[in-house]
Ligand binder design. Structure first.
Ligand SMILES: [Zn+2]
Length: 98
């Protein structure tokens, strides 16, 4: 791990953030930072690919392997998606009743 400001490797642990993530401090320039390796944003291309694979009814573990995202992230993503569908159906059916 390197310091994001000066690229030094003289990094020490420096407590935790409010979210429980370990915080680090550069001994060369004094910069404090949180390691970001575990939470990389998933880009739009990957999300579109995941949507296609979900339509093919592949197992989540297989989709995670193919696209390189974590199974944990994928599960959250799927939960969000399926959470949105019933709401849309509900709105449509209400209009028909009225
Ligand atoms: Zn530094």
């Amino acid at each position: 791990m390197n310091c994001p400001r000066c690229q030094s490797t003289q990094i020490i642990k420096y407590g935790h953030t409010h979210y429980g993530k370990p915080r680090f401090r550069c001994q060369d320039c004094g910069r404090q930072f949180v390691e970001q390796a575990t939470r990389q944003p998933i880009d739009e291309t990957t999300r579109q690919l995941i949507d296609k694979l979900l339509l093919e009814r592949l197992a989540l573990a297989a989709i995670a392997r193919v696209t390189g995202v974590s199974q944990r992230w994928l599960q959250l993503y799927v939960n969000q998606k399926f959470h949105q569908i019933p709401k849309a159906v509900e709105v449509t059916s209400k209009k028909k009743v009225d």
